[in-house]
Design a protein around this ligand. Structure first.
Ligand code: ARG
Length: 429
């Protein structure tokens, strides 16, 4: 018995001893979720240093800290790692669809992106992957946030999405007399390589490509393949050489199949993947990042935001099928991510997708992992985000209640902490 007590004492002191000195803040709460084990750890005191990273995690009942350390007291709350949305468009607005966007000047989108970034952070998403925007506006937002001029999540920007002439990532809204080639349109493997280099040069940290048609692009078939296997291979090889990952927008089965074979890291949407393609994804450990909430919003909003009837018709074709594919992919064991396509529906409502993921076959813990540890892995940032652990950024959300019982609690966190600092929220929760 005494031996046991000694052993416990030893482990507690070794946990709590080294942490206090280098911390500038400490966060305490009722418990936190260790997403790796799926278990709660009670009474944590999480110490965060000046650089915003966690320096130690102790038992709050056994550790003391000086008055020079800022104490964020989240009594009664359950902490989770800051959430990660792997598919957002911070510089798009759900309220403006179709041709309405043409009424706004180019920099308008960066301006509204500032507000969207804040809404996203307020909703508990402390990291986002921004997979497609014009004018390098996501790089601009990232620079403004990292420099603390603007408040928002950590951003992994893709800047322009690479796609084929007339494809989902080209600009198809104008007649031939006003022909305008999108800045990241490519029509050969050589073009594609050069475009990756250009994006990398100006601040992209992930490459986004459009492998198939889409819902909101005009004049293309939603499932039709638009980049060849050779083009996608060239992109993947070039990006990987530069230590960047590649996300492929792909609804149609052939496009998903070829994207996986090309070595693409994450498949966005993945709506019409066949069972054989699902097995291929599993074999290649290719992530599926499926935006299965937004169908509700798109269909409910209809054409009222300017969305073209053509897009609504395409949405009706794929919406339900995508959810069924999600269910099959989860069952088959494809590695899954949390990505919402926020921007198609209002920013800040990202958390609503958790309930859909559970409705279509995930456990709450699986859905939470998709938005934390798995997302960190797919970003190549497992040492930085996705866990409450020493060395990681002090990013976390506080939830009142048990999200493993009711995942909808993640829709409105009680508090958000980024880099060890409490986020002062301006968006109503
Ligand atoms: N950006 C995508 C596209 O235009 C949105 C698809 C939304 N629909 C859906 N069921 N996930 O294709």
């Amino acid at each position: 018995m005494r031996r046991l007590a000694f052993a416990i004492l030893l482990s507690v002191t070794s946990l709590s001893a080294p942490v206090v000195a280098s911390a500038s803040s400490v966060i305490t709460a009722e418990r936190y979720l260790d997403v790796a084990t799926g278990k709660y750890v009670d009474h944590p005191a999480i110490f965060v240093g000046d650089d915003g990273r966690i320096t130690g995690v102790s038992d709050a009942r056994l550790v003391k800290w000086g008055s020079n350390i800022r104490h964020i007291d989240l009594a009664g709350q359950t902490l989770l790692p800051g959430l990660i949305d792997m598919h957002v468009h911070l510089t798009s607005l759900a309220e403006i669809g179709g041709y309405r966007g043409l009424q706004y000047t180019d920099n308008f989108w960066t301006a509204v992106g500032v507000a969207n970034a804040k809404k996203t952070l307020d909703a508990g998403f402390t990291t986002v992957r921004n997979v497609g925007s014009a004018n390098f506006d996501d790089v601009a937002l990232k620079q403004a946030i990292d420099g603390k001029w603007v408040e928002g999540p950590r951003i992994v920007p893709a800047a322009y999405a690479i796609g084929a002439t007339g494809g989902h990532c080209d600009d198809n809204s104008l007649p031939p007399s006003l022909d305008k080639k999108g800045p990241s349109v490519v029509d050969s493997p050589a073009d594609a390589r050069a475009k990756v280099r250009w994006l990398h040069k100006y601040g992209a940290e992930v490459i986004k490509i459009c492998a198939t048609g889409g819902v909101f692009s005009l004049g293309d078939s939603v499932g039709g393949q638009q980049l060849s296997l050779e083009e996608m291979k060239a992109i993947a090889d070039e990006a990987h050489m530069l230590h960047m990952k590649v996300a492929a927008h792909a609804h149609g089965d052939e496009g998903i199949h070829d994207a996986i074979l090309a070595g693409i890291d994450t498949i966005e949407h993945a709506s019409l993947a066949s069972d054989a393609t699902i097995q291929l994804a599993k074999l290649h450990k290719t992530w599926f990042d499926m935006d299965i909430y937004n169908d509700d919003y798109i269909l409910a909003t209809g054409t009222s935001n300017g969305t073209e009837q053509e897009s609504l018709d395409k949405e009706k074709m794929i919406g339900l099928k995508q959810r069924q594919t999600f269910q099959r992919a989860v069952r088959a064991g494809v590695p899954m991510l949390f990505g919402t396509d926020a921007g198609i529906y209002p920013h800040g409502q990202n958390g609503r997708q958790f309930a859909k993921m559970v409705e279509w076959g995930m456990t709450p813990l699986q859905a939470i992992r998709a938005a934390t540890s798995s997302a960190a892995e797919a970003l190549g940032q497992t040492a930085d985000v996705g866990a409450i652990a020493v060395g990681h950024f002090g990013d976390m959300v506080a939830i009142t209640g048990d999200p493993l019982q009711n995942v909808r609690l993640l829709e409105a966190p009680a508090a958000v902490v980024k880099g060890g600092k409490l986020v002062e929220r301006s968006t109503p929760q």
